[in-house]
Design a protein around this ligand. Structure first.
Ligand code: LRH
Ligand code: MN
Ligand code: MN
Length: 388
């Protein structure tokens, strides 16, 4: 069986992956939102479910919020609730994609009134961050056009930059703005922030606390995502990951399910670039569990990240560097694949037990009675937010 050096063990012990509150709500596609028994009825119950994932894995110390989906009267109370359960409130995600006013844009809108409304929404999100103690404001913009000639793409970049500048100016202390990109959807011809280059060009003008968010599901098929990871780390602008898997478009499936090798390659570059357990780079999930059980789905997800991290940590860098500098193509590839093909699961199970955690967190969840309890206590759970 593989063994982990003390150094690898302490690296693994320090790892944390933020959970999205919306992974615990009901979700589906634009065709149907499926219901699940035991679904949280409010943000407090979403936090409780996230805390359960952390209790069984020690891998999920914080929970991301989405506003207005997670709007509560008293964010201080939500914060205390989270802390009582051993987790913190993390990234605050804005939402300008479900309001009629934003049909033709939000932060890029031609109409000053609508653009002002969208900027003000972000300022309110920063008020939430002040109350929750969150560091990051994450912005994903569903803005663009469907037809060539429909809009002036260049003027929209200028308005976007002005809007982001106003939002950035409201940040205080160590708060950060993180701009997420996505190549298409809901717009199909052009998107205002379609790629890492545009996100980088926008945030670079704002200041040091403006960063890029890389959602692994937001690229065209075949994109070399680990190259983007390398480049953003090199430029000091990789602020966060939204981890998930895709087969086709923005599928939001369990991270590491569709392409475990891609997740491995990404983590190799994260480690290479000093991004692992580095507070500058937030690891988050952005997933929706449409048909699978939600809490075990989140447990599976954080374990997938942990397993691929362990494999990436096993990469023999010395042997790789030797092969690379000799242009030993097959030798380098063999070293790389050796690490990828190492089954770390038995070693991780043993290591978890040595830390007082269940060897098999999914089995431990099934045996815990938590699911039965929430199914009997919670009636009328809410959607994740889609179509809400
Ligand atoms: C957009 C996105 C973005 C949203 C989330 C719900 O596709 O990835 O991060 O906030 O989905
Ligand atoms: Mn995302
Ligand atoms: Mn997405």
């Amino acid at each position: 069986m593989t063994t982990f050096t003390p150094e690898i063990q302490s690296t693994l012990a320090a790892q944390g992956v933020e959970l999205p509150s919306w992974a615990f709500g009901n979700s589906g596609t634009r065709f149907r939102v499926w219901t699940t028994e035991g679904t949280p009825r409010d943000p407090f119950e979403k936090i409780a479910d996230a805390a359960e994932v952390n209790r069984l894995t020690a891998l999920a110390p914080s929970v991301a919020l989405h506003i207005p989906w997670d709007k509560v009267d008293d964010f201080g109370a939500l914060r205390r609730h989270a802390e009582d359960l051993g987790v913190t409130l993390g990234t605050v995600n804005s939402n300008t994609f479900q309001d009629e006013d934003y049909k033709f844009g939000a932060l890029t809108h031609e109409d000053d009134r609508i653009r002002r409304k969208a900027i003000d929404h972000h300022l309110e999100c920063i008020d939430v961050m002040d109350a929750t103690g969150s560091r990051d404001l994450k912005i994903w913009l569903a803005e663009g056009s469907n037809y060539p000639g429909q809009t002036d793409m260049r003027a929209r970049q200028d308005r976007l930059n002005d809007s982001l500048g106003q939002i950035y100016a409201r940040l205080t202390g160590d708060q950060r703005l993180v701009l997420e990109y996505k190549f298409f959807e809901p717009s199909f011809y052009h998107t205002d922030v379609p790629d890492w280059g545009t996100s980088y060009a926008q945030v670079a003008t704002l200041g040091d606390r403006a960063m890029v968010c890389l959602d692994t599901g937001h690229h065209a098929p075949g994109t070399n995502i680990e190259f983007i990871v390398m480049q953003l780390l090199r430029l000091g602008r990789l602020g966060s990951f939204d981890f998930n898997s895709r087969f086709y478009a923005d599928d939001d499936l369990i991270v590491g399910a569709a392409d475990p090798f891609q997740l491995f390659r990404i983590l190799v570059e994260v480690i290479r670039g000093g991004g692992l357990n580095n507070p500058d780079v937030a690891f988050m999930l952005d997933q929706c569990h449409n048909v699978e059980a939600k809490i075990p789905g989140q447990i599976r997800s954080v374990l997938n990240v942990q397993e691929m991290t362990a494999r990436a940590l096993l990469l023999d860098h010395e042997a790789l560097a030797t092969a690379q500098s000799a242009n030993d193509v097959l030798g380098a590839q063999a070293v790389f694949m050796d690490a990828f093909y190492t089954d770390v699961r038995p070693a991780l199970a043993q290591w978890r037990e040595s830390r007082g955690l269940p060897a098999d967190p999914i089995a431990a969840y099934a045996a815990s009675g938590y699911q039965e309890r929430i199914e009997s206590e919670r009636v009328g759970g809410v959607q994740a937010g889609w179509g809400a």
